[in-house]
Design a protein around this ligand. Structure first.
Ligand code: GLN
Length: 239
């Protein structure tokens, strides 16, 4: 079965190697006998959300986010329908901020997609740290790296991606990191989020497959090295 991953604006939202996340989803699907297809969409392209199983929106600088956010207004309705229908989204950092209502900065305010009830305001200093979070839906903590000026606050009742055990998370104050809404994951964890956390990758794949009617558990893969690295990082950073 073909599973289609839409990579949105890879030429602009590409900080810290978001492609590694695509590669990880691709391989973990292929190892289980699925046929992954990746479609890169650039600014002028029409996105067919009805043929998409997973959308990746990566990180970007404020300047690049400003360019992207204008285009996002044009695809907002289709993107909204996709999310409400249970479409899987993984949005990282700059992409995560743009899922919300707005990202305001001293150089101008950017309107977001209004897909998830959250707002972001730039603050100082930048929040830069190794980060570890936990969420009981995952078998292991989630480890990564964050580097953002934005402080994000979630609307009432929204669940975070995890509780911060080390690092700053959404705003450095409420110990929440990212957001989970329907099948959307928004997070500040950069770069190799999925290769480092195969349990998060499988969470996305499982949701995408379930939406296509495949309900049997995912075939186990040998993640022993990743699990060992995860436990080393947790011991090192969580006091
Ligand atoms: N420009 C945003 C910020 O600084 C997001 C940065 C990023 O994607 N790393 O908050």
């Amino acid at each position: 079965m073909k599973i289609t991953i839409g990579h949105l604006y890879p030429d602009l939202l590409n900080l810290y190697g978001d492609r590694g996340n695509i590669q990880c989803m691709k391989m973990r699907l292929a190892w289980r006998g699925y046929e992954p297809e990746v479609i890169e969409y650039n600014l002028g392209d029409r996105i067919d959300f009805t043929k998409t199983d997973i959308v990746l929106l990566g990180g970007g600088s404020d300047r690049e986010q400003m360019i992207v956010c204008r285009r996002l207004q044009e695809i907002r309705e289709d993107f909204h329908a996709y999310v409400e229908d249970g479409g899987v989204v993984i949005a990282v950092c700059g992409g995560y901020q743009l899922l919300g209502h707005e990202y305001s900065t001293p150089d101008g305010d950017m309107e977001g997609l209004h897909l998830v009830d959250l707002t972001t305001k730039q603050g100082s200093p930048r929040l830069i740290s190794n980060i570890v979070l936990e969420n009981s839906i995952f078998p292991y903590p989630v480890t990564g790296f964050e580097n953002h000026g934005g402080r994000t606050h979630l609307g009432k009742g929204l669940k975070p991606f995890g509780k911060v055990l080390c690092g700053y998370g959404n705003n450095g104050e409420d110990h929440q990191e990212g957001v989970l809404y329907k099948n959307v994951v928004g997070t500040y964890l950069h770069g190799p989020l999925l290769p480092k956390n195969p349990h998060v990758c499988d969470y996305l794949l499982k949701n995408a497959l379930e939406r296509r009617g495949i309900t049997e558990p995912l075939q186990e893969l040998d993640d022993s090295q990743e699990i060992e690295a995860n436990s080393y990082i947790v011991k090192r950073f969580v006091k």
